[in-house]
Design a protein around this ligand. Sequence first.
Ligand SMILES: *Cc1c(COP(=O)(O)O)cnc(C)c1O
Length: 352
Amino acid sequence: MSKLNITPVSQSKINTVDFNDLPFGNVFSDHMFSCDFKDGKWQNPTISEYAPLTLDPSARVFHYGQAVFEGMKAFKDENDDIYLFRPEDNFERINKSAHRLAMPEFPKDFFFEGLEQLLLLEKEWIKKGDGNSLYIRPFVIATQGALSASPADEYKFMIICSPARSYYAGEVRVIFAEEYSRSASGGVGFAKAAGNYAAQFYPTSLAHKEGYQQVIWTDAKSHEYLEEAGTMNIFFRINNTLITAPISDRILDGITRKSVIQLAKDNKIDVEVRRVSVTEIKDAAKNGSLKEIFGSGTAAVINPILGFKHSDFKHELPVMEDSYAKFFKKTLNEIQYNKTEDKHNWRHKVSK
Ligand SMILES: *Cc1c(COP(=O)(O)O)cnc(C)c1O
């Protein structure tokens, strides 16, 4: 492994940033990590000033969408120690995504050394206090310039960071998909592939026009089973039972999702991982047993959903006193900010 080359900036731009006004993902920290795949190996790991890239216009990422990414967060506790949440899972997942897109896997030592050195350089960008974090975006793109429609021989792995406040997605009401699909069996739905997002923008914009913020994707074959929100996994609470769809090659294996399932078990909340049909949820809405719907994902942690629509049927969810959404958000945050015991070893301390 070649040595990590670090060139710190001479002056931080942190004083130009208003930490009280941080729209998600608009401001980036001083440095970025990059590493190139060339001649069959990853090389030249570098931390340098956050800056635009120069790429050949024929780079395959632009034409064939060979690109995958991850989303994770760093948190600071009251002693100024920095923690990541289950980062090994992000590492494994980016390689699983890369593998599906015929991209080379990234070495674990490069990933953790690059990430931790970058976070130590950016420690002033990680603010203490509830809701504050540094959002971390690792990604890989095919940089080789050549238009043949085949996997590239050259790639760039990068990590960029964006300071984040508590992410409030606003009021979220959703449409259950009846026509469009996000993913299909045998496809790339389980991968954090850039193109999965591009494919959702248009149907989501149609939902916006009707006053709904997001689409809950259903299975592409029958549109009868509820799968995920496309940036979040999805949970339904019927009476006191939590239900979420099993992961498959159409659904992303969310780290927040599996943490919620574990926390439900730890706290004696009944949780069922099984197919959930649109009919079941509509029936539960009609008979009053549907108590909550919420999404889970790194950015928002837990995002309550206030209502849904499916063909002509519209439903507003009740306001729950003891909401599971609130409980899981609080419990996850307490682990993330090192305020409570971490019995599953989910916290990863970034060593100084
Ligand atoms: C990232 C992502 C999620 C959430 O995963 P987390 O690991 O919990 O952040 C859910 N669905 C899709 C499609 C995603 O890309």
